[in-house]
Design a protein around this ligand. Structure first.
Ligand code: IMP
Length: 285
């Protein structure tokens, strides 16, 4: 019925989880013998004896749904019903496979998360959003090398604004990543009073970004915001503010569209999950 119900159903199908769609209605109010109000949860998972109601709607409708749900719980205490908000669904999809769960047979890619058309469409949306938000300004886009090059090239062309483009390069070393990030190439432009947009390929733990935010804030810009193509928020360790996100990704190693594994795969036009490599057999002497 609703696109998010379809997404949820696809996810259940993908993981071979049985479900029934709207199998049962729970009467809540009667007028004599006539039922005047009832509640019909969207999904039932028989193996878990669990109902799910998806809600992606406006706050006033959510409040109404919550009220109904309270009634169900009071009147049918043996029934397990859970409400899934849009953000819950996003987290689920982020963790267990967002986008078309299609298989491809490209060496190195286990499955495609976002195909080329999907990526391009999303970048255009981000560009349009930035254009609107920075209207009348001339922001400085700062890309963090090297993974960002593909995204940066597309994003800057999707922005209908005068922009300046800069790149920084950093390096990680030592055991404690947090304490051992170093800038090996700094920006050339004076940032004092400028509107800065940090452009990232992916934010994972957020430790790199936390360091960069502090580093760039010290240069006295008028504002600093972050635009990342991918957000692996399930692994976040540092609480960093992210203004613009292309896609949420699951807790897996992703490649393509600038992202590499051992220097390879940056030139793939789509974003996929890296195929786990079989460990090589050690020759016996
Ligand atoms: P963070 O400090 O953990 O947020 O690290 C972010 C950096 O780690 C990114 O800029 C990438 O270079 C790298 N990275 C994290 N996850 C992935 C991945 O799934 N694929 C490729 N690179 C990744």
């Amino acid at each position: 019925m609703h696109p998010s119900e379809k997404e949820f159903a696809d996810l259940l199908d993908y993981y071979h989880i049985n479900y029934l769609y709207e199998p049962r209605s729970f009467p809540l109010r009667w007028d004599g013998s006539r039922v005047v109000e009832m509640f019909t949860p969207d999904f039932y998972l028989p193996e878990y004896d669990q109902y799910f109601e998806l809600t992606t709607m406006k706050q006033n409708l959510v409040t109404q749904k919550n009220r109904k749900l309270r009634h169900v719980r009071e009147m049918y205490p043996e029934v397990n019903v859970q409400l899934l908000y849009r953000r819950d669904l996003m987290r689920l999809m982020g963790k267990y496979g967002f986008g078309p769960l299609s298989e491809v047979s490209v060496e190195g890619t286990e499955r495609v998360l976002f195909d080329e058309a999907t990526v391009q469409r999303r970048v255009r949306e981000l560009g349009a959003q930035l254009t609107e938000d920075y209207a009348g300004e001339e922001p400085v886009l700062i890309g963090i090398l090297r993974g960002v090059v593909v995204f940066m090239a597309d994003l800057m062309r999707a922005m209908n604004l005068p922009v300046q483009v800069e790149f920084m390069e950093i390096t990680h070393y030592g055991e404690e990543r947090e304490k051992s990030i170093d800038v090996i190439r700094d920006v050339m432009t004076e940032l004092k009073g400028r509107h800065v947009i940090i452009v990232e390929d992916i934010v994972d733990t957020g430790l790199t970004l936390r360091y960069l935010l502090e580093y760039l804030q010290a240069k006295g810009p008028a504002s600093v915001r972050v635009c990342t193509m991918l957000d692996k928020s399930v692994r976040r360790m540092a609480d960093v503010p992210i203004g613009y996100v292309g896609f949420e990704v699951p807790d897996e190693f992703v490649i393509g569209y600038g992202l590499d594994y051992g220097g390879r795969y940056r030139n793939l036009p789509y974003i996929g999950v890296l195929q786990p490599v079989e460990p090589k057999a050690v020759p016996q002497r």
